[in-house]
Design a protein around this ligand. Structure first.
Ligand SMILES: [Zn+2]
Ligand SMILES: [Zn+2]
Length: 387
């Protein structure tokens, strides 16, 4: 088993409530406000009452510190795979989680997986320069995975004036999706160039360019879809009925590896492609809790009951993800795409069956959870960037 240690100075997420987190006042989150977010972000994060009582010099110092930290995140300097779950929610509204997104930073590679609703803002709060994104990979075209594509392409262009469009990799369908968002943002493109000038907003950097990979119908198939130096990204088919195609990704770097399942049910493909991975970032739907939500919503005048029952056939259960991880020799399991939404109080019940079948750590990811996998090591170091 890996030597797992935790750098997070805060408490375990299971012990936290969102209310407690927000009440802490100026925190590490405040100091991570990205360049350009400055005062407005600080007011929101720090609490209006607190800022109102600060003298001007203190406000200025905090803002300077926030912007400086936003420009120079030091988290990513080590020779390691850095995996950040910037969005850990799913299609159903969740006050604590935005839509699905996982980010991998390794060396000069800044790889983004999916663009769920709200994820671009969470990503910006990590302090990373969004114009430096080297590629976006899409797992499938359910709206909760592409909803923020337009915003991500826009921020990739505008944050620091990218001169090339965002590279977007995906299975067949990616060209149509990218073209749709590019079309929807054409008017805004014009406004921004007119407002800030072409030096600040180079027209060549607007939008995205689609790169299609086709793994065919064989559920076991996979291929390397991206390489850069020692970084390799493998796409593999997953089973996410009724969606075809749907893929997961594995990132390998200097003997360390992370598996991003995408949306899937339990399958042999998942086990095969997870084999020997250090970290598995997995979709999960707790069937017992989902059924409770469905039953509780039976009399409501909406589709909640039907939808929460239907989606049970499209997503892996936490205990099944744990079984895959155990069979594949994965060292650590990070649960994301949390369905149905649960408050922190219910995280332990959500993960209980998974923890019973996996010998390593099963952890619920938060928006901003970072796992660092240093090379020449078995360590997996967890840090919370946004709490
Ligand atoms: Zn999804
Ligand atoms: Zn899906």
């Amino acid at each position: 088993m890996a030597d797992v240690k935790q750098e997070n100075a805060g408490r375990e997420p299971e012990e936290k409530s969102g209310k407690e987190t927000r009440a802490k006042g100026i925190s590490r989150r405040d100091l991570l406000i990205g360049a350009g977010l400055g005062a407005s972000g600080l007011l929101v994060a720090g609490g209006t009452q607190l800022v109102n009582n600060l003298p001007d010099f203190a406000v200025e110092t905090l803002i300077n510190s926030a912007v400086a930290n936003g420009r120079k995140p030091s988290y990513f300097a080590d020779d390691a795979i850095h995996v950040i779950t910037t969005g850990t929610g799913a299609p159903l509204p969740d006050p604590a989680r935005v839509g699905p997104q996982t980010v991998v930073v390794v060396g000069d590679q800044f790889l983004v997986f999916d663009a769920g609703p709200g994820s671009t803002r969470q990503l910006a709060l990590t302090g990373l320069n969004l114009s430096a994104i080297t590629a976006l990979f899409l797992t499938h075209y359910h709206s909760d995975h592409i909803n923020d594509l337009g915003e991500l392409m826009l921020q990739h262009w505008t944050s620091a004036g990218a001169v090339e469009p965002l590279q977007v990799y995906g299975p067949p369908g990616v060209e149509e999706v990218v073209a749709g968002y590019v079309a929807a943002y054409q008017l805004d493109k014009g406004y921004r160039i007119e407002h800030h000038g072409e030096d600040v907003m180079p027209p060549s950097g607007f939008g995205g360019v689609a790169y299609t990979f086709d793994l065919g119908d064989d559920l076991m198939s996979s291929e390397v879809v991206y390489t850069a130096g020692d970084v390799e990204v493998i796409a593999f088919n997953v089973d996410h009925p009724p969606v075809r195609p749907a893929v997961g990704f594995r990132v390998n770097y200097k003997g360390r590896s992370v598996l991003i399942t995408g949306d899937t049910i339990y399958s042999d493909s998942l086990i095969q492609h997870a084999m020997g991975a250090d970290l598995m970032v997995s979709d999960a739907l707790n069937h017992k809790i989902s059924q409770m939500v469905s039953d509780a919503g039976k009399d409501a005048d909406n589709n909640l009951s039907t939808v929460t029952e239907d989606i049970q056939e499209s997503h892996i259960r936490p205990e099944e993800a744990a079984l895959v991880a155990a069979e594949a020799g994965v060292k650590k399991l990070l649960i994301t795409h949390v369905l149905p939404p649960v408050p922190d109080l219910l995280i332990n019940p959500f993960l209980r069956d998974a923890r019973a079948v996996f010998p390593g750590e099963v952890r619920m990811a938060n928006d901003g959870t970072m796992a660092k996998l240093p090379v020449n090591s078995d360590e997996i170091i967890i840090t919370e960037l946004l709490r």
